[in-house]
Design a protein. Structure first.
Length: 215
């Protein structure tokens, strides 16, 4: 089992994420239409397709941080609504945490995931229980932190993070939204999954799949 990930993994993650977001575009649109303005799936699909174009321009010796920075700048410039700034900040903070390292071991990977989560919190001012993407990211970071403490390899760390994010996204359904457009709905948001939490779970599962393909 590989105990580190490199730029090839980071590229594979984003390619896989773009495929998964395209496949789930309509589902994310439907979720967002129920409690938002209905553009989340379209925005995420468009943003990651744009990222793919920019990845081709990266040098052969690019680091994982370089890949994450391209994702950040592209999403900020191409994704509308709240998702662009939130995800852009997440990937930018993750890139800064990764630094110039050519490979990320378990602790470095968890540091990058934690920085991404903290970037979203800083930008969106949301907390767990607010029915936002933080409800996927916080359990993901907690699970990844526990996995690295237990001596898990990077694939298992990402498996733990993705599974926790999926459970966290599902757990937003009974919540009343306290942030964003959905907060205007009050109790009417109950029973609907947060689209940002769902897209976060999809992204983290794509990261796990990319690591699994290389292990």
């Amino acid at each position: 089992m590989a105990d580190s990930v490199d730029a090839a993994w980071a590229r594979a993650w984003i390619v896989t994420a773009a495929e998964v977001l395209a496949e789930n575009r309509v589902a994310l649109i439907t979720l967002d239409r129920e409690i938002g303005d209905g553009d989340h799936g379209e925005n995420m699909d468009r943003g990651f397709q744009a990222v793919l174009e920019h990845l081709d321009g990266l040098a052969d010796d690019a680091t994982p941080g370089d890949v994450l920075k391209v994702v950040a700048t592209t999403l900020i410039s191409t994704v509308g609504g709240a998702a662009g700034p939130l995800y852009g900040t997440a990937f930018l903070k993750a890139a800064l945490a990764a630094g110039s390292a050519t490979e990320l071991d378990g602790p470095a990977l968890v540091a990058a995931l934690t920085a991404a989560r903290d970037g979203i919190v800083l930008r969106g001012k949301a907390e767990p229980g607010d029915k936002t993407m933080i409800d996927a990211w916080t359990p993901a970071v907690d699970a990844a932190t526990a996995a690295v403490a237990a001596g898990a390899g990077v694939h298992e760390i990402l498996q733990a993070a993705a599974s926790a994010a999926e459970a966290g996204a599902a757990a937003t359904e009974p919540l009343v939204a306290r942030k964003g457009r959905a907060s205007y709905l009050g109790d009417r948001a109950i029973g609907h999954r947060d689209p940002g939490a769902q897209s976060s779970a999809l992204l983290l599962r794509a990261a796990e799949a990319a690591a699994g393909a290389r292990s």
